[in-house]
Design a protein around this ligand. Structure first.
Ligand code: MLT
Length: 250
């Protein structure tokens, strides 16, 4: 089963981290939201303290989150996913919409990789094989934060450095072949929050706006002064947006 952090009581609320991070990115939201909800932040397969599963896919990660829900006797939950965690959240909505009470899609997108992006992922996986996770720090850190924003940067660098290298390679390969989710978007009927950092360089805010426009009644929140890591760059704004969205979820 996946490693996870759990706090609070009430309706279940699952927070999924992005690549190659772990549940630690949600520390502030976990604390604040646990006043009203049963908040669960898993480490996705091969990340943090969760075991690496061979040949894992994004759909496989979604299935693992459902297994964790089963293990915790949670039938239905609100799911918030950041970036790769958003890919997993969308895959969960595709696999078992009836188990999802609300979706928060944070700095993420419904598209899959272009052939060039796929090649870049494989090249990066190869570099991780040779150089370890320092290759990820080098490739990702400069793009994760809004210019001039240092809130959370050194913590994130530490998290990337400590990420299990094989797990990161597996996740890069999983993201490279992930399914696109455009057709799912108009089928989503649960309350949906689409949140983006106005200065996200990895997944530009326009992509979030386009995604929000395709989901019925989705609320779009653009966090000023944040890049790809708004939960660390502007933690209160993200917590407030999640709290407002959870008011709509039942
Ligand atoms: C992430 O932040 O999870 C990844 O950068 C997403 C991606 O590379 O597609």
């Amino acid at each position: 089963m996946l490693a996870y952090k759990e706090r609070g009581k009430g309706p279940a609320f699952i927070l999924l981290h992005g690549f190659p991070l772990n549940s630690g990115i949600w520390e502030q939201q976990l604390e604040a939201l646990s006043e009203r909800y049963r908040v669960i932040a898993p480490d996705l397969p091969g990340h943090g303290a969760s075991p690496l599963l061979p040949e894992i896919s994004i759909a496989g990660m979604a299935a693992e989150v459902f297994r964790l829900m089963d293990g915790l006797h949670i039938r239905r939950a609100a799911v918030a996913g950041h970036s790769m965690g958003g890919y997993v959240a969308l895959a969960m909505a595709k696999q078992a919409a009836e188990r999802i009470s609300g979706l928060a899609l944070i700095c993420t997108q419904p598209g899959n990789d272009s052939p060039e992006a796929r090649e870049r992922r494989y090249a990066l996986a190869e570099k991780v094989e040779q150089q370890g996770t320092e290759a990820l720090v080098e490739a990702m850190l400069p793009k994760l934060f809004a210019p001039g924003e240092s809130n959370g940067e050194s913590r994130t660098a530490g998290m990337i450095r400590k990420a299990p290298a094989q797990g990161a390679q597996a996740a890069l390969k999983a993201m490279a072949v992930r399914e696109e989710m455009y057709q799912l978007l108009p089928l989503i009927t649960v309350p949906t929050l689409v949140l983006t950092g106005q200065e996200d360089q990895l997944i530009p805010p326009d992509r979030s706006a386009t995604m929000a426009a395709q989901i019925k009644n989705a609320v779009l929140v653009k966090v000023a002064g944040a890049g790809h890591m708004p939960m660390l760059e502007r933690p209160e704004m993200v917590t407030d947006a999640l709290r407002d969205w959870m008011e709509l979820v039942n």
